[in-house]
Design a protein around this ligand. Structure first.
Ligand SMILES: [Zn+2]
Length: 122
């Protein structure tokens, strides 16, 4: 039996998995039923539950830079994303990442007004 996906021979006696009419070896079957996720919708849940598990709330468990970002947003109440990003000497991708974590922890949120993205605390 040949695996329809990787074209490897599935040895006699090994399990052959049927996936939508294709014969797959075990590795390919696992890969087929659990496709790698590029965008993980459970990231928010896991960030939230990890913090809940650790008994963290507010800014607890945040890194110093995340705290500084959060504190600036608190101070301003509402700040445009552009201004926020410019306030820190971090590369754009790094800011995006830190900001995403704050959003996942449900500390901040972004709103769009007149085409400008503003950040506020929750
Ligand atoms: Zn295979």
């Amino acid at each position: 039996m040949i695996c329809d996906r990787c074209k490897e021979t599935i040895p006699e006696g090994d399990d052959v998995f049927d996936h939508y009419g294709k014969n797959l070896c075990e590795d390919c079957y696992i890969g087929a039923v659990q496709p790698p996720r590029s965008c993980d919708p459970t990231a928010v849940d896991s960030a939230r539950s990890t913090r809940a598990m650790l008994g963290q709330s507010g800014t607890q468990g945040l890194t110093p830079i995340q705290k500084r970002i959060y504190e600036l947003i608190c101070e301003k109440g509402k700040i445009s994303r552009e201004e926020l990003f410019k306030s820190f000497e971090l590369p754009q991708w790094e800011m995006e990442k830190q900001f995403a974590i704050l959003r996942h922890c449900e500390l901040v949120r972004a709103t769009k007004e007149d085409g400008i993205i503003y950040v506020t605390t929750l």
